[in-house]
Design a protein around this ligand. Sequence first.
Ligand code: XMP
Length: 327
Amino acid sequence: MDFTSNKRPDNMVRITTPELAHAFIDEAVEAVRAQVGDGKVLLALSGGVDSSVCAALLIRAIGKQLICVHVNHGLMRKGESEQVIEVFQNQLDANLMYVDATDRFLDLLVDVDDPETKRKIIGGEFVKVFAEEAARLDGIEFLGQGTIYPDIIESEKGVKAHHNVGGLPEDLQFELVEPVKLLFKDEVRVVGRELGLPDSMVDRQPFPGPGLGVRCLGAITRDRLEALREADAIVREEIDAAGLPIWQYFCIVPDMRATGVRDGLRAFEWPVIIRCVNTTDAMTATVEELEWPLMKKITNRILAEVPGVCRVCYDLTPKPIGTIEWE
Ligand code: XMP
């Protein structure tokens, strides 16, 4: 296989089994070693499927010559950064730099309520933090990236769907190392599993680069963001426990309040909106028809466990007309 080419060979076998993944990993490891020699590779590790599998593969190939940087922008889901540290630092013994930039991001976002401006601030700050970390390190020649084949197809068609956080500036002057760029998403997952990554990481639902920032509607406040994070964790926990194969399931917290009664007193608190959708390509989506008992269980848990929330709603809107994310 030619790891420098951007064209997947027509006769390339689809990686569907551990054996095929094993053979791919052997080949990719050799190719990475040949490209990198004893050089150092820097990688922005978000904890998403693609960057995680890319990191695990590079660790297998070059060990501590890989330096992973995980930037916590404060908009991660509950437990996500902790999982990155646990898997990569503790289990895979990776060279991992963890940067908690929560305050930087949240301070910049104070009073910013326009969705596109929020996205630009988050994306721009991410690049800044990453570049600052890169500048601290000497002798880096290579940049690892979890580019996958659909990314190549999309950028060739000129329809790069989203300004992703983690999209790094081209002037960083590194040679790219992209060992999974000819693989489709399902193949990346098979390879990740074979490399020993946990299912919870390999099967992760899609999560936008700007994270909870586009689900904490309007101007983000720390208390409302925290409510969103807790409610989101409950939805994920209950749907995972029910074993439902839903494409995306998450919460939104709007910047408005509703009246309720708590302990006999008037409450004026946020609503949580639950959104569960199925799709194959994210261009259109249908709403998952959750069973009523599960809806009730999730609702009761959110109302009992999440401070500041007194109402739970379910989003019944298909795409089109509603996009999957609210912002
Ligand atoms: P929409 O909201 O456009 O979302 O229906 C389609 C898919 O893209 C994800 N999404 C994003 N992913 N950066 C990303 O990496 C973003 O800014 C972004 N916005 C939406 C969304 O979660 C869904 O899977």
